[in-house]
Design a protein around this ligand. Structure first.
Ligand code: ZN
Ligand code: ZN
Ligand code: FE
Length: 752
């Protein structure tokens, strides 16, 4: 007779692990118990030593589909001769530390079959779920994950659900979200004033959608605004209401075959689309795809997702057409997640509200992913949050990293684990800052952490940095400022488990440089704790500061002036405006210096006639990438590496050859050659840095590496040159990934 104690950490709660262990124990004929503990899952198992060993061995290999085990610690325990059966014991409260709550998971196939089966007692029930699927993070008010600590608490199980919950052979055995039409949440339709509308809510929503109206749909982590994706007039109303003039919308399609109809899919793309996390996947649309032009609005890719809740399945099946599903907010405000707030903020946009009576505990936008050398998350949120990531260094004490104010996402760190928070959006006002504070508080509640070490961006005016500094001051904590591009590089290193000297290539739009210029085309050599600026793209004027971000033609002019071609043509620019900006550049009035790669992409987009002005960040660069990807070409323009420390990659020769080549080659070929050249510059600078440092590991980070053409080109060049190349997959290359880097720098004892 032997008794063993096992502690499992990772995503082990709310994923059907207890019933799974229970089933395994009965099969092996061992006694003991399983329960949710403060840090994960606790198991005690007792029996003949062969059976106990087998049980432990199987538990190391087998697990429910949504579970992720990070560690299993096994120890001996005193045998209890009274213990004859195996049971699921009550959860431990244990100070509420439960970092192991699972992300929300899409409706599984078994639940979907019941949803569609007229004979099933949950036929058509909008909140069907089981031990292996359904909401988790977005309904959790605390940890461990038990119904009483979720927004399912007010719904008392009916007898039939209770029977399933208690039956070890049922697939809803101990499923915390178990519900049915008799006892669970109810779906209903309401008008814009919040008055309930009788009848079938799905039918009401579908008839509104078919008429071209906008419908607000309460989802998992917030509201969506939905409309018919083939209706230009519906789209126009949606854009007007949301004050979102140009940014592309994502569409939700009924199933994989409808997705195939819109876009040609690779195996990786199919896997991403159908994964339980169900992100929006950026895909290449087929020509003539049955979606209105106003959806992608000129962007080369189309964001597509599959239904991930029963409500989506019911809605899409009845609507029988792709629907635009965009976050329920105006402009860049935080997504609405409370009924009254939604009615207040979305009441003038939506003609009908599809609501339900289960509260949303955590705001969580959709995640965005793309296949670029494998699946890559561009926005890590619903479906991935709050899953932890391992850190290559240990946080000596808990850390909160505030991230950046654009594409804000924070992260908590404890020990060797990072807990990235959900995407919060742009932090540009009190509403957004309050949402940021709420999200941090919710994450701290779930994890039981309240760090006194606060890592933040070095930028003196960054709202998230200001928030972190003031919290540190108020609570007697310590604030650590981390330079923007150091954080980008550290983020890439952290997610790849690197803690060694690296060449970090950080290409993005804007980041505060300690020398008073705007950085963004940086080669940083060093490790997690510290880096030095070893090389950068040549510095040019950024005439008008932020105006140069909105008007890429200004950057085109700046690069032309720097290249000695002040009079070369830039399409679609008013001559008077051009004269004024030329003077700004010449006199360096309101024209800070920048080495930004993003601004260089903007400049080239303007020169190539892609666009002179943008309506959203990176619009010109995204369209330039699309244009470049439409042709194949290996040619590379000239560039020059100026000796010195730091090395300066002069793009003047590039601009001169591009301007000369444009009339011959055309915009698409020139765009392709420009991408080739940037990849070549990355390769050449890294080779130069390897000569002096001997370092052969390169970490590629920054929003510009969301550009597939550049990522592929730079990776190929570097790999061919014998470098070990590291890139982002689990954490966004852009500012959504900053917090992980800030965390790693703080943990490594850097930037203090
Ligand atoms: Zn299920
Ligand atoms: Zn029920
Ligand atoms: Fe950045």
């Amino acid at each position: 007779m032997q008794r063993r104690r096992l502690v499992l950490e990772g995503i082990v709660q709310g994923v059907g692990f207890r019933p799974f262990v229970h089933g395994l124990a009965r099969e092996m004929g061992v006694s003991g118990f399983v329960k949710n503990g403060a840090r994960g899952l606790l198991v005690e198992v007792q029996g003949a030593s062969v059976a106990v060993d087998d049980f432990v061995a199987r538990l190391r290999l087998e697990r429910p589909p949504l579970a992720r085990v990070e560690s299993i610690v096994v120890s001996d325990a005193p045998a209890d001769s009274e213990d004859r059966s195996f049971r699921i014991a009550a959860s431990e409260d244990g100070g509420d530390r439960g970092v192991s709550i699972a992300p929300d998971a899409a409706t599984c196939d078994a639940c979907l079959r019941e949803l569609e089966d007229p004979e099933d007692r949950r036929h058509g029930y909008a909140f069907i779920s089981c031990a292996g699927c359904g909401p988790r993070f977005t309904i959790a008010r605390g940890a461990p994950f038990d119904r009483a600590r979720t927004t399912m608490a007010p719904f008392e199980m009916c007898g039939a659900c209770r029977d399933e919950y208690e039956d070890p052979r049922d697939r809803r055995f101990h499923a915390q979200t178990i519900a049915c039409g008799a006892c669970g949440p109810t779906l209903f339709a309401a008008d814009a004033a919040g008055r309930r509308i009788g009848g079938d809510p799905i039918a009401a929503a579908v008839s509104m959608l078919r008429e071209g109206a906008v419908v607000a749909v309460k989802g998992l982590g917030g509201f969506h605004l939905a409309c018919d994706a083939s209706s230009e007039s519906a789209l126009k109303a949606l854009r007007l209401g949301k004050a979102r003039a140009a940014k592309p919308f994502a569409v939700m399609v009924r199933d994989m075959s409808e997705a195939e109809g819109l876009c040609a899919l690779s195996a990786d793309e199919r896997d991403l689309l159908s994964s339980p996390a169900r992100p929006i996947v950026l895909l290449d649309p087929r020509p003539g795809a049955p979606v209105a032009c106003g959806v992608a609005n000129g962007a080369p890719s189309l964001g597509v997702m599959l239904p991930y809740t029963p409500v989506h399945h019911l809605l899409l099946a009845r609507a029988a057409r792709p629907l635009v599903m965009t976050s329920g907010n105006r402009s860049d405000e935080p997504i609405a997640c409370d009924d009254l707030d939604a009615l207040d903020r979305l009441g003038r946009i939506a003609g009908l509200f599809l609501l339900h009576d289960r509260a949303i505990a955590a705001r969580c936008d959709d995640s965005v992913a793309r296949v670029a050398m494998g699946p890559t998350l561009l926005r890590r949120s619903r479906g991935s949050c709050p899953a932890g990531l391992p850190l290559p260094v240990v946080c000596a004490e808990p850390v909160l990293a505030a991230g950046g104010a654009l594409r804000s996402a924070f992260a908590l760190g404890e020990g060797r684990r990072a807990l990235p928070g959900p995407h919060v959006g742009t932090i540009d006002g009190p509403l957004a800052l309050a949402a940021f504070g709420d999200a941090v508080a919710a994450h701290e509640r779930l994890s039981g952490l309240h760090p006194r070490v606060l890592a933040h961006d070095l930028h003196p005016d960054d709202p998230c940095a200001a928030w972190a500094r003031s919290r540190a001051e108020l609570e007697g904590g310590r604030a650590i400022a981390v330079q923007h591009h150091h954080a980008h590089v550290a983020s890439c290193m952290a997610e790849n488990g690197l803690d060694e000297p690296c060449i970090g290539v950080a290409f993005d739009g804007t980041g505060y440089g300690p020398d008073g210029t705007v950085w963004g085309g940086e080669f940083l050599v060093g490790g997690l704790a510290s880096v030095r600026r070893a090389a950068h793209l040549g510095t040019v004027a950024m005439p008008g500061g932020d105006a140069a971000v909105r008007e890429p033609w200004r950057m085109a002019l700046s690069h032309l002036v720097a290249a000695g071609l002040p009079d070369a043509p830039i399409p679609c620019v008013d001559p008077d405006a051009r004269r004024i900006v030329a003077r700004m550049i010449e006199r360096r009035v309101n024209a800070p210096g920048t080495s930004s790669a993003g601004r260089l992409f903007d400049a080239v987009a303007a020169l190539a006639g892609v666009r002179a002005r943008v309506a959203y960040e990176a619009q010109a660069a995204i369209e330039l990438e699309g244009l470049g990807a439409s042709v194949t070409d290996d040619a590379v323009y000239d560039f020059e590496l100026a000796a010195g420390d730091p090395i300066v990659a002069d793009v003047g020769p590039l601009v001169r050859s591009l301007v000369a080549d444009l009339p011959r080659a055309g915009a698409a070929r020139a765009a392709r050659r420009f991408h080739n050249t940037i990849a070549a510059i990355v390769g050449a600078v890294c080779a130069r840095l390897r000569e002096t440092t001997g370092i052969d590991a390169v970490a590629l980070s920054g929003g510009v590496f969301g550009n597939r053409l550049l990522l592929e080109g730079a990776s190929a060049t570097l790999s061919l040159g014998g470098f070990r190349v590291f890139r982002h997959r689990l954490v966004p290359p852009g500012d959504g990934g900053l917090a992980l880097g800030q965390l790693a720098v703080a943990a490594a004892g850097g930037a203090r």
